[in-house]
Design a binder for this molecule. Sequence first.
Ligand code: DGJ
Length: 732
Amino acid sequence: MNIIWHEKTKQFHLYNDEISYIMYVQPNGEMGQLYFGSRIHDRDDFSYLTYRRMKPMVAVEAPEEDFSMELNRQEYPGFGGTDFGMNAYEAVYEDGSTVSNFKYASHRIFAGKDKLEGLPATYGSDEEAMSLVIILEDTRSKLQLELSYTIFQNYPVITRNVKFINQGDDEVILNKALSACLDLPDQEYEWMQFSGAWARERIPVVRKIVPGTLSIESKRGGSSANQNPFIIVKRSNTDEFAGEAIGMSFVYSGNFLAAADADTYGRLRLLMGIHPDTFRWPLQKGASFTTPEVVIAYTDKGLNGLSQSYHALYNNHLVRGKWKNRPRPILLNNWEATFMDFTQESIIKIAAKAKEAGAELFVLDDGWFGARNDDYAGLGDWVENTDKLPNGMKGLAEKINEMGLEFGFWIEPEMVNPDSDLYRAHPDWAFAVKGKTPALGRHQYVLDFSKDEVVDYIYDMLYQVIDGANIAYIKWDMNRALTDVFSNGTPAELQGCVYHKYVLGVYRLYEKLIAAFPDILFESCSSGGSRFDAGMLYYAPQAWCSDNTDGVDRVLIQYGSSYGYPISSIGAHVSAVPNQQTGRTVPIAFRGNVACFGTFGYELDLNHISEEEFCEVQEQIKFMKENRQLLQYGKFYRLVSPFETDQNAWMVVSEDQTKALVGVYTMRSNVNELDGRIRLAGLDRNKLYNINSCAYYGDELMCAGLVLNAENTRNYTMEQDYSSCIIRLSAE
Ligand code: DGJ
């Protein structure tokens, strides 16, 4: 890994063994992009990659006569000069103009990576990462722009973010400040996004790139189930195993915009950042604004290769604390078993059975506080409901601990029901605009987390409940989109900051709780997977993937989630049948075989299943305990897509390639078919792998394929709905 500055040609080359990222100071002083992709040799001068010829009707950067930004690739483009593509930022100056002219002034190169104050971000030590900050100065004002880059030693990844600093006396208003722009020299790509809605999150959608713009966004306050802040552009012949692709992942949990702008000269511009429609940030003298981070990854090893880079980077350089790289506890959550209708006694019965099955953690979900007996009341009143918990959280935790289980519980700190003591005392703490009845979502309002006093108040209440009780886990939920966003008492000119400040408030509360209780495992949740993003993973190493726990639908949701997020982050539980969302009855084996490619747990009362099923649950938990390190942290491969076939197959391989687990699932039976065959991946060609009583070389399994016959799969068949199996491979 290195970052080279070629003084004479004013070019930067960031590289490691896998990738090169090259940029330069353009003739007009602004930063231009030259190359991003597979590692190439360094040279003093890459200016052959620029375009220096006149074209009719093209505006040129005077006094140059042959240089136009439009015909060249930009690092962080503004608007108003000779580039007419989608701009990455907009600054409004005192005189009302929006034309900037950021010229290279200086740069710093250093080992390691700086923290982003108040924001989630990847991290790396001096040995693991190297960073570059380029300082640009606006010739028209005293606004400074810092473009930051980090390259990691072992990942084909560049992280980027920017900082605006107002060093002048006059106020500057930022109307747009995206985090990164990537200008590619051709448009032969397809765009992949991960779309959905509640209970059908992160379904891959591929769109053709044609001249013009295409984009995805969230303006819901959170990153949303509808569009995930992660995109891929891939060559049309790229598949899971080979070919080029570039990913952009936003380390942020609020409103975002991700766009592809294909111009009519063949340039493809990718942009990602905070959504400008809900953003207006005044910068007074001396003030600065730092954007969140974008993680840009490159692969020529297909989509599996791209995903594996994100998985490894996020496991090793985003997740922090005690739970980093640790196998996750097998939990039972009472939500689908009881909803809010429980007593301490009924909870203990459920927990006892979970313990008997081998679970390690019991999670008490919604309904333990205030007047919370249904979803009309109580949110905001983070005090135990003593009718349900006569000895408080501490008392229940003690009882659960005595059984040999860890204990955790549910919170939704960003919300308030109109019917709550908190709202009655502080109605002005909920978002609302004068003269309009605020919209409700699940009968609740959103608290104004842009205000420190609100965040601090909620922290104090939660602290009282957690402190003294032995709490191992917290599920942090968020069950509605933001509407009526207006911060009471905040000056008019700062209302455009509220959406972003809200997210900063969420991060601040997380940070305070983590600082006070560093060993707690946080699981983020937002009506399931409505805020499943890289920003959240910095605080909560796992995320409840979806409220849809149906085995078949979960295959699709977990498959889609795996493109951008590690298996260790995917909250996956076995729930009761018929499934509450789909009405489908899928065997417990199938449900378990899907959930084990995730953080694994149960979402039902095990007292209510048959003895035979209970034995199966005990077996599943035993299997998970033996294999979770491999399942959650092994190299994950998507093998057969459930979006293209009636089957699904995926696998994980240990780092030393001696162990692998393959999950195979029939979503819909195919009658009168021959045994299927799946080509495995990631094995050592020369190792002999045992599967039941058979043995095959890695090259056989990867080239000829694993035949899905009775010897290899025991009882799996493609001829029966919901048939599934996990095949274990082991080699010397
Ligand atoms: C939505 C979550 O996704 C569920 O798992 C559950 O925690 C409920 N909220 C509780 O209200």
